[in-house]
Design a protein around this ligand. Sequence first.
Ligand code: PLP
Length: 384
Amino acid sequence: MDCKICKKIINIAPSATLVLDKQAKDLIAKGEPVINLTAGELDFPAPLEIRKKVTKATIKGFNTYTPTGGLPELKKLICKKLKKDNKLSYKSDEVIVTNGAKQSLFNIFQVILGPGDEVIIPTPYWVSYVEQVKLGEGKAVLVPTDNNFDLNVDAVLKAINKKTKAIIINSPNNPTGKIYSEANLKKLAKGLKGKDVWVISDEIYEHLNYGIKPDSIARFYKQRTIIVNGFSKSHAITGWRVGYTVGNSHLIKSLEKLQSHSSGNVSNIMQIAAIEALKTGNKYPKKFIPELKKRRKYLIEKILKIPGATMAEPDGAFYVFFRIPGITDDSEKFCQNLLKYAKVAVVPGECFGKKGYIRLSYANSTPKIKEAISRIEKFIKNKP
Ligand SMILES: Cc1ncc(COP(=O)(O)O)c(C=O)c1O
């Protein structure tokens, strides 16, 4: 049947990680012993304190719309967080609460891009950036990071031309876990002086770090930086969909205008969850770190023992991104076969613009991770 779907939608790919996650979950539902290491979400339950507040607000009957941009208390707390964690001063009219960082990013591209405008995306990159830029009628310009997956500032600056509207920075990075060095962020900020270019800083993994603390580029390039963040990863509430965008008040007003005609406000009850998350400070991400650190260490040691395996050790997030020359070169095929024969689901590097690599999420229990690694080792030994 000809459904008359527009070209803009026909030309975009579905989220590859969500497709793989669904494929793994469907197999599990059919009773297959699949271990799913594709997940972009923590395997911990939502914090009890936050659940209690949500329940209380629901029972009280809190059921009304909120201002499109979010509850005033939540916006104030976000400003307080930015001051405390990032040493950045913002006012409430420079903040908008969104349905997750994903909506923040989508709306930003809708608001700042026109047909043919370019957005520089360092590779490897998170799956949705390229498709979201296309949905904004823009063009993604991919610029590889260096051998250690840190930003190649010279290459980024060289890629800027009259059509460049924005550069995306994602640190800690998905899929590499890399935290871009402060020196590189400062160098980029310096190189951008006098240029009419936005920096979109996706800081969703800010609190999941294992030694180095990530810096926001807004500290060096505040006027033209748009910060994107949220509670999905820091508080294990991915499905609750609360994020936020921070930037100059003119931009925020435009984002609010768009949101007022699309989703409207974020679920009022989930804004209560976000308020509680901020009131508990960084207690929850800090609680998650020791367990994630153990899994990370185990995986790095195990993977690097596989003959030929290489990776840049992740500084943050909950992914390892590695390659085994001669084995994972066709990463898509490797992942398909791994799922078929070893029943382990991981994501091929192609999804992140880096063929030959595999992304493995350690947001799964230690016994499951151990079993998955043992299956991967066996699979590589007996390569089908
Ligand atoms: C780099 C990156 N940015 C943004 C998002 C979206 O996060 P949210 O759940 O807040 O929409 C994700 C989710 O996986 C991500 O990995």
